[in-house]
Design a protein around this ligand. Structure first.
Ligand code: CAA
Length: 381
């Protein structure tokens, strides 16, 4: 793996960094406190090519590859994790439609996502009683003439109240994992009901809702991929999505470390900046090593995906390690700030709250361990 960034990767990282610094970071605290969904920011991210970093320019993407996508995600997440999760899910939906869609689906829906016309995308897989085990879902889709009719409920849907384009999984036959199919549903479709907004511990300006489908009719041509192949589509999408969440975790942890360096240089105790004491210095050395290890795992998974090689295990390794690292690093950052780490005048309390969900969504740490073990056993049998 080449550890030097290419010109394109540097350009994407610098573009995301500038936007993150000038636009995203200054509004993050207010968005968090007031739970504001930053619609205008997503339009600007789309204009910069960041809603389809790994997609061809023909479909409105930046055609910059997966490593560039990871770099961009890290920058936006370091400024605001809430903004970055919607960016991650939008990239994931656009890539899935690009990978499995017909030309007409690509033309219509990928460009809506990459251009910002759809504002953002949503990934509607989880249900109230089927999170880690999507094969147990109950939402159904029944073919009726030129339409599919969807009925059922989804839970924890990121950006669900704002997404112009959603990918939605539903059961088209009773056959467990093999009975699932994937559909494209446009926001505002009759019979799609947006549920209550969840009041979350962190990611408070990210919108999380339940969705209910009540005789929701969509055109037959909105089936994505083949009937009965939905489970595979979900797994393929999540492999890529996990690189996005690993990158998010690295971005948040980096911000927490940077804030800690600054704070410990400014804060004095016992007649000297606390950065001069060994205990904080050792703590920050450990934070930096763990962050660097997570970044390398993330770039490794991204580079494999970009090279068209298998990367399922590496994406899960990156997601598992980065999300757990991010929780440890943010915890230490709060500790280094003392009482100031516990109030919202300093950003580390937000980083700490935002990091918590990273070991839960897009596959819990336990699910990542299942995937890593399954793929490792495959290598030796
Ligand atoms: N790529 C392609 N195919 C895959 C695959 C992959 N990565 N993983 C599995 N498959 C295929 C298998 O080859 C198998 O195919 P065959 O039946 O033809 O052999 C089939 O899928 C079933 O595989 P498993 O037997 O391994 O499936 P399982 O039921 O045991 O589940 C699991 C495995 C890893 C636990 C999976 O269910 C999983 O990932 N669960 C977590 C779901 C998740 O991450 N949800 C997140 C919700 S989205 C979200 O959070 C987004 C957001 O808003 C932030």
């Amino acid at each position: 793996m080449n550890l030097e960034l290419t010109e394109t990767q540097t350009l994407i990282r610098d573009t995301a960094r500038k936007f993150a610094k000038e636009k995203v970071a200054p509004q993050a605290r207010k968005l968090d406190r007031e739970e504001i969904f930053p619609t205008a920011t997503f339009k600007e991210l789309a204009e910069l090519g960041l809603m389809g970093v790994n997609l061809p320019t023909r479909y409105g993407g930046a055609e910059a590859g997966v490593v560039a996508y990871a770099l961009a995600m890290m920058e936006i997440a370091a400024a605001d994790a809430s903004t970055s999760v919607a960016m991650s899910v939008t990239n994931m939906c656009a890539e899935l439609i690009y990978m499995f869609g017909t030309d007409a689906q690509r033309e219509k829906f990928v460009t809506k996502l990459t251009s910002g016309e759809a504002v953002v995308g949503s990934f509607a897989l989880s249900e109230p009683h089927a999170g880690s085990d999507p094969g147990a879902m109950n939402t159904s889709a029944v073919r009726k003439g030129d339409t599919w009719v969807l009925n059922g409920s989804k839970q924890w849907i990121t950006s669900g109240a704002h997404a112009g384009v959603m990918v939605v999984w539903a059961r088209t036959s009773p056959a467990g994992n093999k009975g699932l199919s994937c559909f494209i549903v446009e926001g505002g479709t009759k019979g799609l009901i947006i549920g209550k907004h969840e009041d979350k511990m962190g990611l408070r300006s990210s919108n999380t809702v339940g969705l209910t489908f009540e005789d929701c009719e969509i055109p037959a041509e909105n089936l994505l991929g083949k009937e009965g192949e939905g489970f595979k589509l979900a797994m393929v999408a999540l492999d890529g999505g996990r690189i996005g969440i690993a990158s998010q975790a690295c971005g948040v942890a980096r911000a927490a470390l940077e804030a800690s360096v600054q704070y410990t240089k400014d804060r004095k105790a016992f007649n000297q900046p606390i950065s001069e004491f060994q205990a904080p210095r050792f703590m920050m050395a450990d934070m930096k090593v763990q962050l660097a290890a997570a970044e390398l795992l993330t770039f490794r998974a991204a580079a494999l995906k970009e090279a068209g090689k298998p990367f399922t295990r590496e994406a899960s390794m990156a997601k598992l390690y980065a999300s757990e690292m991010s929780n440890r690093v943010c915890d230490k950052a709060v500790q280094l700030h003392g009482g100031y780490g516990y109030i919202d005048e300093f950003p580390v309390e937000r980083y700490f709250r935002d990091a918590r969900v990273q070991t839960i969504y897009e596959g819990t740490s336990e699910v990542q361990r299942m995937v890593i073990a399954r793929e490792t056993f495959k290598l030796f049998t």
